[in-house]
Write a protein that binds this ligand. Structure first.
Ligand code: G6P
Length: 367
């Protein structure tokens, strides 16, 4: 049956709002509620023997992989190499015998990602695939198939597939950590409990749709927009900039907060909105001092944080977006929502074609 927009104006909007439901669906196939453990599909590889993980993807799926790198390293102490598929396939990467390669794709058909997968297969890697289309080529070629249950994604700019990918990757990182003896059963249970909090937190994030719509006119006139984030929220800055470019055609760049002084700070003036993605936590103060550097140069800061963070740092911002207070593990899922909604509402102000942006394809099946 054809997918309908229902009461929504655009597929992208509908898909943003579906996230609590589809993330819950996805989580329920990886988490066992009876004992709060992670349950993965059968796989003929002993994950405890994996010494290195190679992650390859494109676009938004690549940013999900970047977030997951933090998790695999932090929880499982597993070294991770990550690259975009178009670079990976031609750079002669070093792949150790018995390694695991992980491919992330909404469509399962992206030409560069598929070529990278086949390259890894030839080099003796085991192949894990996080994919949304269960009948896709990548799904068929996987040793370990990890489906996301986002349902059909029609909007060209990926939204719900991204948060579902993060849900699967969070579960996989915890499972790897347990298999490698880096995480106790109690810690696993705690991680599972936090993952299960994601759907409600996504709902709370969606409640701010009106606030975000109201501030979109502040961003719409800009020629350039900067997104800043740190640690596992740095890929969110990249994703925010990508979303804005894709659908509103405003030039945007995502930067690691601490790297700003090495270049992008030269761009800052009263005309440049700077979107800061910063949940409160151990790195928050560092980001606040980066924000102050921006403000001292007239930069127009929009701070996305929780009530604790906003209380401490909202002074002098042109706008703030309040997120629920969440465990750091699910913060990238939750903070994806305001970043998507901001791009969406800015595109509405600009009157661009949200679901079919110019020059872009939903699935890039040619090189
Ligand atoms: C295209 C789409 C993006 C998507 C990327 C990767 O560029 O417009 O939204 O993130 O392909 O696609 P995949 O299906 O492999 O996740």
């Amino acid at each position: 049956a054809a997918v309908e927009k229902g009461n929504y104006r655009h597929f992208m909007q509908k898909e943003i709002f579906e996230q609590p439901t589809v993330v819950a669906q996805t989580l329920s196939s990886y988490l066992r509620r009876s004992d709060n453990s992670v349950a993965l599909p059968q796989f003929d590889v002993d994950l405890s023997t994996i010494r290195r993980l190679t992650i390859v993807a494109c676009g938004t799926s690549y940013y999900a992989g970047m977030v997951a790198k933090y998790w695999f390293e932090h929880f499982a102490r597993l070294p991770v190499d990550i690259d975009v598929a178009s670079e990976f396939r031609y750079r002669d990467p070093v792949l150790e015998e018995g390694g695991l390669a992980l491919f992330i794709s909404q469509s399962g058909e992206t030409a560069d990602t598929l070529a990278a997968l086949r390259h890894c297969r030839k080099e003796g890697q085991k192949i894990a695939v996080v994919v949304n289309v269960p009948t896709s080529t990548m799904a068929r070629e996987a040793d370990l198939l990890l489906p996301t249950h986002a349902g059909p994604e029609i909007g060209v700019a990926s939204t719900k597939a991204f948060t579902c990918q993060l849900a699967v990757l969070g579960a996989l990182a915890a499972h790897m950590a347990v298999e490698k003896g880096r995480m106790s059963r109690e810690e696993e249970q705690e991680v599972v409990r936090h993952l299960l909090e994601a759907p409600a937190a996504l709902n709370a994030a969606l409640d701010h749709d009106d606030d975000i719509a109201a501030m979109a006119h502040l961003i719409a006139p800009a020629r350039d927009v900067l997104y800043l984030g740190r640690g596992q929220d740095y890929p969110l800055a990249l994703e925010g900039a990508l979303k804005l470019k894709e659908i509103s055609y405003i030039h945007a760049e995502g930067y690691a907060s601490g790297e700003m002084k090495h270049g992008p700070i030269a761009l800052i003036d009263e005309q440049v909105p700077v979107i800061v993605i910063a949940p409160s936590g151990p790195l928050f103060d560092k980001t606040v001092s980066n924000m102050e550097e921006v403000r001292a140069r007239g930069g127009q800061v929009v701070l996305i944080s929780d009530s604790k963070g906003l209380e401490q740092a909202s002074e002098g911002c042109i706008a703030t977006i309040e997120m629920p207070e969440v465990h750091p593990l699910i913060a990238p899922l939750v903070y994806a929502v305001p970043v998507q909604l901001l791009a969406y509402h800015v595109a509405l102000v600009k009157g661009t074609d949200v679901d079919q942006p110019r020059n872009l394809a939903k699935s890039v099946t040619v090189e």
